[in-house]
Design a binder for this molecule. Sequence first.
Ligand SMILES: O=C[C@H](O)[C@H](O)COP(=O)(O)O
Ligand SMILES: C=C(OP(=O)(O)O)C(=O)O
Length: 361
Amino acid sequence: MHTVRTANFRVTGVDPLPAPARIRDEIPVPLAAQQVVDQTRHDITTINEGEDDRLVVVTGPCSVHDPDAALAYAERLAHLAQEVSDQLLVVMRVYVEKPRTRLGWKGLVSDPRLDGSHDIHSGLRLARSLMVRILDTGLPVGCEFLDPAIPRYLSDAVSWASIGARTVQSQVHRQFASGLSMPVGLKNSTTGSVEDAIDAIVAAGSGHVFPGIDDDGAAAVLTTSGNPDCHIVLRGSSAGPNYGAVHVAKTLDLLEAAGLRRSLFIDASHGNSGKDHNRQPQVVADLAGRIGEGESGITGVMLESFLAAGRQDLGRADRLSYGQSVTDACVGWGQTVHMISELADAVASRRSSPAHLSLVS
Ligand SMILES: O=C[C@H](O)[C@H](O)COP(=O)(O)O
Ligand SMILES: C=C(OP(=O)(O)O)C(=O)O
């Protein structure tokens, strides 16, 4: 029979991946680490619900490009997290997938050798091993989920996930967020729309039926129950920051009007710092002042931080500066300690603020 080729003209390679269950078996999450994952998910939820008055701090590099440097950061952060654990629940950003505005390196899973070779087989294993090693330090892991297939490979190691500003309107992302086992932060869109994130919280809070893959990697129809642990992350936009008290109050009212909890996270980086890492400390100082005075509704803060301040362009992997971001600029370790201490002090001050004391008396 004569046929006309009507599909797959532009697919130039198909390389089967091992099933999620196989990679999970190869790189298991030990029991103590599973307990960290589970306890942290629970604690984030109770913080968002206002039953635990600590603040969540999600901090770490914009992206992981060098697992050794990420682990060195985790080891330092684990000590600091322990010191402030009475005031803060610290989660490390372990971002192994990067959404790009146009083009660029798409993260450790996509291209672990940083050279366009796209060894996704190794990338997935490296990402999972790193997450497990970070959990072994006692620190919980947070990441952005971008490709709908990836959560099956990594989500059992993740305590908090994000759907980013570029994908918050995507039905595909809202659907898989509805089946995720951890709290999920949905960013306002890159143009600043908090309504898009609120729509996403409502959509992900509901159950869905959609095509995906199962644990054996087979195409499957997935049915989800809905994720009640979704919240907004205010990350500013190309139009400017949205971490101020007026924006926060307006967003909390919009959440309440949509029947949602009055709680949110604030990302001190991205549109809130104009992508200038030197402005993150100003954002955090402002937030810490307000939290210390008893402003309610802010349950988490995100920082982009690494061992060394700033960023570098991706060139040859062996010529990169150690511990410095290859995507967005990050604050360095010294500033990180300062900002985390400031936030811990803010929580302590809030506990002794007249507004808080009248609530607990
Ligand atoms: O957080 C990282 C970046 O802001 C995001 O991945 C977009 O990056 P790009 O605008 O450089 O592509
Ligand atoms: C990409 C990120 O953020 P956003 O979606 O807010 O740009 C990020 O946090 O790495």
